[in-house]
Design a protein around this ligand. Sequence first.
Ligand code: KE4
Length: 430
Amino acid sequence: MEYSEALFRRAVQVMPGGVNSPVRAFRAVNMVPRFIERADGAYITDEDGRRYIDYVCSWGPMILGHNHPAVRTAVEQAVQNGLSFGAPTRGEVELARLMVDMVPHIEMVRMVNSGTEAVMSALRLARGATGRDKLIKFDGCYHGHCDSMLVNAGSSALAGGCPSSAGVPAGAARDTLTARYNDLNSVRALLEANSGQVAAVIVEPVAANMGVIPPAPGFLQGLRELCDEHGALLIFDEVITGFRLAPGGAQACFNVRADLVTFGKIIGGGMPVGAYAGSRALMELVAPCGPVYQAGTLSGNPVAMAAGLAQLRWLKEHAWIYDDLADKAAVLAQGLRKIAAAAGVPMQVNQIGSLLSPFFTAGPVTNAAQAKSSDTEAYARYFSGMLQRGIYLAPAQFEAMFLSDAHSREDIERTLCAAEEVLTPLFLSE
Ligand code: KE4
């Protein structure tokens, strides 16, 4: 591991924590991060030549596996024409058209450069459309790092102990109200206490930033009805679930209509792309058509559009992979549950589609409070043991495991064999 260690020593001199995104620093698992040199299919290889089965998949984008020929070829062809023009290009039109065709209830799309930017813009649009200032989010959900969303946030904000970040002005946080995931009464109470003031309810339709927590039956439909009752917009943050749960994302999966949908990750094929989308009536409030301003130098970048187009076209033409992805994830989840039960290790595994995560706790995990009750030290030991055995998991409890089309049944079997050695009370408590 000498190259990763040497690189990390240099990295911490010139970048905060030696990384460009906190979770990558491996602080939640008390280890030196691996510096990744290349990736192919379901595997990543670090600078020391160690190869791992990758269940991070760049935090979701690599649903086809790394270095997929269709995506790589599209990028190689696009760069021949230049990298960026700051002008409209064919690729933007085609990707927006394809997203509108694949995702229900959206008529227009605006491309941006990250999930954070997509959420920030969608929130501004919701406020502009309703003339209201307040927002409702959920404890443990993560929607990127714009000020108004760093309140009781999940992901690395939660793991790193700053779910409500320093530097967020009181004014920005004051209008963000926090409800409990899977608890419609907590939403109803906030809407009634702030009647006529809530612009939007924003939700991860499957929470994946406090570990994976599926919506309880009726939860999402209940949000739709509460938003309609109170004149608030419903925003599905599908940065993770978009094109992951199904070609049409969570709206298709759960048959619930959102007013605005945010995207990221998969739509860029590994390149920096985010987007927000909704009805024509809403989206034509965005500049230059309407009064809600939003802009971006590299938005719709032609190389990024080529990567995203190639990936979404492949997903549309091979939609059967979604059942296969879910089946592989179910085999992995069930295998982990059996191993933990046989070893007498208290562990829950939540799984939906190709998303899953273990929680080291005896009780069910259906909200942030229950997720936070899990043993994160045990998770750190589990992570370390699996890494030593060539399995690269999320380096923090409050994240998700992502499967790709490239993960084989043999990879799943190898992962379960490694878990058999690690999921023992002795190993987890050392
Ligand atoms: P980005 O700005 O990181 O592209 O997207 C922010 C975002 C928005 N909404 C949801 C539901 C998200 O999961 C994310 C980002 N996800 C994290 C993983 N928990 C990205 C990994 C990281 O922060 O390094």
